[in-house]
Unconditional design. Structure first.
Length: 450
């Protein structure tokens, strides 16, 4: 700053003093009024709006996955771009460098002017940082790219890390290399504008496709009673859990499940689980997974109400401290009366749901044998037909009795594959059902009765 410019600043300062106001009491009075108004606003928001509290902290719950508040989501998203082995670089080193740069910026940019048109370097740096924070926050609000969506991952890294990082370096280089003020401002504005457009374009190119590909929010089922909730939970358990934990929750060593075969787990029907895990802990495990036990997350498949139903089934079924409602106890697989012929709708379908459906549904390795409906049980599979009316040597009857069978595609192992056969009374139901011609409805079974 030359002497001529210093003199102009002093003259403006003296003129401003003549039209200014005193710090005490004028400025202090205004500050107190504004501070008190903000205080009343915060009290009103806390009283009438509030914040939805999370469940009480449970020190025994190791499954809780913390997620930052919205004002830290940008850092949450930024850390996704940093490999886990060097996470300290993104969490500590880069923010520290950013703070140091902001502190020394006045010494780097020694521009004596205060008008925004002559503070291009400072405004460009802060503008890029603020824009990057906004874009990272927006990207954190949409579903994260799957491992297969490498293109979207690279675009997000480009928008949130590569472009702003390189642009900041270029701006500081221009500040040192280009000395002519007009050329310097023009170059910085062009670089900053192009970088901003590139960041916005790359981020929007990921935000909209990822938001559109998110699974639609399904209408949640509302259960009218505890009994309905338990019944729905039993169906969900049979579909999602029985393959690893067994139909009765007794499995301690997972068998026949790819990636988890041989893993030792605690029997979930035991007191060790039912007595020590709260309902909230069970919900967290189902929703978020439990890596130590190999438990995958079901958050993308099960709604909150379905998770509640699954927890209710486990609690009322295996916690001997709690008694299920009488109508819920009456559910499950009906017993056969003397001389009664079993039907698919009344007897066989509940058995299939409990023991078979976790494996014999679409998306599982099951020799294409699906058991989600009466027709599928009779007609699907690489070794079809697996059941033939009146044939006691049918494949399904043999494997549920503990016999291996040679099929069209090779040896068919005992079912269920975890080494625990289904109860003998249920095997007898299957046998009597096949003997009677495999009636579908109760009326069909009554007509087939001797």
């Amino acid at each position: 700053m030359d002497e001529k410019h210093k003199q102009r600043v002093r003259e403006r300062y003296q003129r401003a003093l003549q039209h200014g106001e005193k710090f005490w009491p004028d400025s202090i009075y205004k500050d107190v009024l504004v501070s008190f108004a903000l205080f009343l606003l915060l009290v009103g928001l806390a009283t009438f709006v509030g914040v939805k509290p999370e469940p009480k902290v449970n020190p025994n719950d190791t499954t809780y996955l913390p997620r930052p508040e919205w004002y830290f989501l940008f850092m949450f998203e930024f850390l996704k771009f940093i490999p886990g082995s060097i996470e300290w670089v993104g969490a500590i080193l880069i923010p520290t460098i950013g703070i140091v740069v902001l502190l020394v910026l006045p010494f780097i940019d020694r521009n004596p002017y205060r008008h925004y048109s002559k503070r291009v370097l400072a405004l460009s740096v802060m503008g890029l940082i603020v824009l990057d924070i906004v874009l990272l926050t927006v990207m954190a609000l949409v579903p994260a790219p799957t491992p297969e969506q490498v293109f979207f991952k690279n675009l997000q890294r480009l928008a949130g890390l590569t472009i702003p990082g390189l642009t900041l370096v270029v701006l500081f280089v221009l500040a040192r290399v280009v000395r002519e003020p007009a050329s310097q401002r023009k170059a910085m504005l062009v670089v900053t504008g192009l970088a901003a457009l590139g960041m916005i374009g790359a981020s929007l190119a990921t935000v909209f496709p990822l938001a559109a590909s998110a699974p639609p929010k399904e209408e949640e089922q509302i259960f009218a009673s505890v009994s309905e909730q338990i019944a729905a939970g039993q169906d969900l358990y049979s579909t999602y859990c029985a393959e690893c934990h067994g139909p009765e929750g007794r499995v301690t060593e997972i068998q026949g499940v790819e990636g988890l075969d041989g893993r030792i787990v605690t029997a979930i029907n035991s007191n060790d689980v039912m007595y020590t895990f709260t309902d909230e802990t069970l919900r967290n495990i189902i929703r978020d997974g439990w890596p130590e036990s190999g438990m995958p997350p079901f958050g993308m498949e099960l709604s909150p109400n379905e998770i509640d139903a699954l927890v209710a089934f486990m609690r009322y079924t295996w916690d001997d401290r709690i008694e299920a409602p009488a109508e819920a106890q009456a559910g499950g697989i009906p017993a056969l009366a003397e001389g009664e012929v079993p039907s698919y709708d009344v007897h066989i379908e509940p058995i299939v749901k409990r023991y078979c459906l976790s494996c014999h549904r679409p998306g599982k390795e099951n020799n294409n044998y699906l058991m989600t409906s009466y027709e599928e049980i009779l007609t699907t599979g690489d070794n079809a037909p697996n059941l033939v009316a009146g044939d006691m040597d049918s494949i399904l009857l043999q494997v549920i009795q503990g016999h291996e069978v040679e099929g069209k595609t090779g040896t068919i192992n005992v079912m269920p594959p975890n080494g625990k056969l289904i109860k003998d009374e249920y095997v007898q139901m299957f046998i009597r059902w096949v003997e009677a011609g495999m009636p579908q409805t109760a009326d069909d079974a009554a007509a087939a009765a001797p």
